[in-house]
Ligand binder design. Structure first.
Ligand code: ZN
Length: 501
């Protein structure tokens, strides 16, 4: 049996090599590729993607998985070998259910829709992309139908990002959270507006860049196994466990943009850098779900990076970098500025408190669209109504309304948004657990020391990669199921104090 497992592993590593090569081409496309390379690059990535898919859906893989079943069943559930077979089988069974011709159709439709969206958004012209989006919805439903037996049509699509989560579970958690958040947002926005103009002076790019690098180095992001580059949209990508890269964007008139972007991506990257080396090249060597991944990025960005203790250490250093801009701005003013809560239009720029309302609106619309309760043509109006109800403002146009996020216009409708809010809920739950085991963590953060926290995350979350599902991991780490309590407790504590509620 050992030899069959070796055989399987060898094939998986080869497939991973193809995928990693495609990821490198994609990274290069976003960072340094001259625009003249675009057409050939798209083709090259498609070729590698197709080869990887063909290799993975080869019936020989299915045969190996079948042959390995008795061996897997003879081992404890959480042994590395059983986990590798289990996770590979799960991915394999999913991959073989979708015909390659359908995938090709979806990919080509997505590419076209993305192109139309890049024109429709600046022109504030939803009608231009509406027929494409209708087709996307149709294809999204078809995709779900390759996985019969679901409870809700969104479930198979959610499964691609957050394995094991169901629309019904997420809806229930979101409803509970929304009940708490809407009044909290109302209470906060009834208070005087916070002045965050200190963040909107001129901050030269080079100094911003260097400061961000300094912080993430201290966090424990390993530059021997990573690097940071500039792109219009920040992301994290991995070519191996020894090469996990991040990107960020810099705005000279907005100090938060590059800094918090870097902290966020470093959180994603540290998760991947922390996976056990012997998982390299296998399906176990990646973060286990989008919700867990977001919990790790947001933990470093928000729970650490927007905390008062963190800035007690770093603010004097930041002031030394920008003496003219921040020399006379107090720590308290700065702390309030980076935690300003406001009703705003754009999800990606939203604060910790309102952010989830942006996500829930999208999640609910995805369910309504997939169920057929909402038509694509009615989406802009539905967006305005819901936005006003939840956030108290009406988007003045579709550009900053229904057209703002790329997700639906570059992929399918369903599954891509819930991870952000699951991440917010889970980061608080994980952090609370870490503090109960290591009450010294906040004091260390005030000293610019992150070793205890980083080690705890490595030990409890990072190292396991995809060995455990999100649900299993939450149980193992916190001793209970996912719960919104720690997150609500965190928000009430922090923002209650900030806004004197
Ligand atoms: Zn993220």
């Amino acid at each position: 049996m050992e030899t069959k497992l070796q055989k399987l592993k060898k094939r998986l590593v080869e497939i991973n090599d193809l995928e990693s090569a495609a990821a490198l081409l994609s990274w290069d496309q976003s960072t340094y590729m001259p625009s003249g390379g675009a057409a050939a690059r798209a083709r090259q990535m498609a070729t590698l993607g197709r080869l990887a898919h063909e290799k993975f859906t080869d019936p020989a893989i299915g045969k190996l998985l079948d042959d390995l079943r008795p061996y897997e069943e003879s081992l404890p559930y959480d042994s590395d070998e059983a986990s590798l077979v289990r996770v590979t089988r799960r991915n394999y069974e999913k991959a073989v259910k979708v015909p390659p011709s359908f995938m090709a159709q979806l990919t080509s439709h997505s590419a076209k829709t993305y192109q139309v969206w890049t024109e429709a958004r600046p022109a504030n012209d939803f009608a231009k992309v509406q027929p494409n989006l209708e087709k996307t919805l149709d294809l999204s439903r078809q995709l779900a139908d390759f996985f019969p037996g679901y409870e809700h049509i969104a479930d198979p699509l959610i499964d691609f990002h957050d394995y094991g989560m169901k629309a019904s579970t997420i809806s229930a958690i979101f409803a509970e959270l929304r009940q708490q958040l809407v009044p909290l947002v109302q209470a906060i926005t009834a208070q005087p507006t916070v002045d965050n103009s200190c963040l909107h002076q001129n901050f030269p790019e080079g100094q911003q860049w260097a400061f961000g690098l300094e912080v993430i180095k201290r966090f424990g992001y390993d530059f021997e196994r990573g690097r940071e580059d500039k792109t219009p949209h920040p992301f994290t990508t991995k070519f191996s466990l020894g090469d996990v890269r991040i990107t960020t964007r810099v705005k000279e008139n907005d100090l938060g943009e590059a800094l918090f972007g870097s902290l966020h991506e470093a959180g994603h990257a540290m998760y991947e850098q922390g996976i056990r080396k012997d998982f390299e090249g296998t399906p176990l060597a990646q973060g286990t779900s989008s919700g867990i991944h977001e919990s790790q990025s947001r933990l470093w960005e928000n729970l650490v990076g927007r905390s008062r203790g963190f800035w007690r250490f770093f603010y004097p250093q930041l002031q030394a970098v920008f003496p003219n801009q921040l020399g006379s701005v107090s720590l308290e003013t700065f702390y309030r500025a980076i935690n300003k809560v406001e009703r705003s239009l754009i999800r990606t720029e939203a604060d910790e408190v309102t952010y989830n309302l942006h996500v829930m609106l999208r999640f609910d619309f995805e369910l309504a669209l997939l169920e057929g309760r909402l038509a694509v043509r009615d989406l802009p109006e539905a967006w305005r109504e819901r936005f006003e109800a939840d956030l108290g403002i009406v988007p003045p146009d579709d550009r900053d309304g229904v057209l703002q996020d790329v997700h639906w216009y570059a992929g399918i409708i369903g599954g891509a948004f819930q991870g952000y809010t699951l991440g917010n809920i889970l980061n608080a739950q994980f952090f609370e657990t870490a503090l109960s085991v290591h009450p010294e963590i906040p004091a260390e953060i005030e000293e610019g020391e992150f070793g205890t926290l980083h080690s705890w995350l490595k030990e409890n979350i990072y190292q396991h990669g995809s060995k455990y599902t999100a649900t299993e991991l939450v149980e193992r780490v916190t001793g209970g199921p996912m719960s919104i309590e720690p997150y609500i407790h965190y928000l009430r504590g922090k923002y209650g104090e900030l806004y004197k509620l």
